[in-house]
Design a binder for this molecule. Sequence first.
Ligand code: PMV
Length: 315
Amino acid sequence: MICRARAPAKVILFGEHWVVHGGRALASAIGLYSSVYAEPLREGVIVESRNLGVMEDVLKSCRVFCNLKRSFEYIANGVMWPARIVVNSEIPVGAGLGSSAAVAVSASAAYACVGGRDVTPELVSNAAYESEKLVHGTPSGVDNTVSAFGGFLLYRRGEGFKAIHVGSLNDVTLLVIDTGVIRSTAKAVSLFSSRLKRLNSIGQDLLRLAEGIVEEALRAVRKGDAVMLGELMDVAHGLLNAMGVSHIELEKAVHAARANGALGAKLTGAGMGGSAIALVEKERAAAVAENLRRLGFRVYSGALGVRGVSITALE
Ligand code: PMV
């Protein structure tokens, strides 16, 4: 069987950092994809990445794709079957969009399909989580879950994930504005956490406010109220900025997006660099993205809440 699979990237819309302290976070699948082609072979499990220009037989030894090998082992649950796996991803790496998880989800799905296995989002999400543990240590599992199941997902540490069924958000696009500033998630989490502690009751008040924002955002997502969602993004960004995890380049990005007519904008993920996101009406998206590019940012765009992993068996 020859198979193609593709899986979307994820973006944290609301609740980053607060989620480390017991709050909830709302994430969404975004229409930027990792695509994988897989075909049977006589021997070997050969992984090729068009983006990296790397090819290796992970059955013999692995250097770059040991994480994917772990996912394939999970899928095979015994002796791995031979296959050629070709990865082609349009998701920027290191921009907080869960590119490694989307690659692992799509590669796991294609590998399972080539082996004639029943491919479910649950199976490939679990397989990709094995890969993510090698890449990130102790990941929350958000990236692989969103990529496999798609849509919007609410999560709280220790409680797992809840799918959110939504109204239409068809008229808007999400722009991801990559500042190119390298950040450390661990450093940002530690800075945020120590400020939260120092702020005592004020910190607890802010945490409650952040929870309120997630609650309102859920309502807006369910109603398909993009204007409200944009406004809440602005407020959420203000709180993250107050907690010290913004960056001058992130401020430039969110202010420029708003000045160009975005419905709202905020940092996404750890902050202190990395990416901002802006919610923009579809017909304005190209012009807003172009203006942001002129300021030196790399800009990607995709629909929100897209479906998760999909598989096509070609023969
Ligand atoms: O920037 P990212 O994709 O590493 O996201 C970090 C999200 C935090 O809430 C800041 C940390 C976490 O583990 O949830």
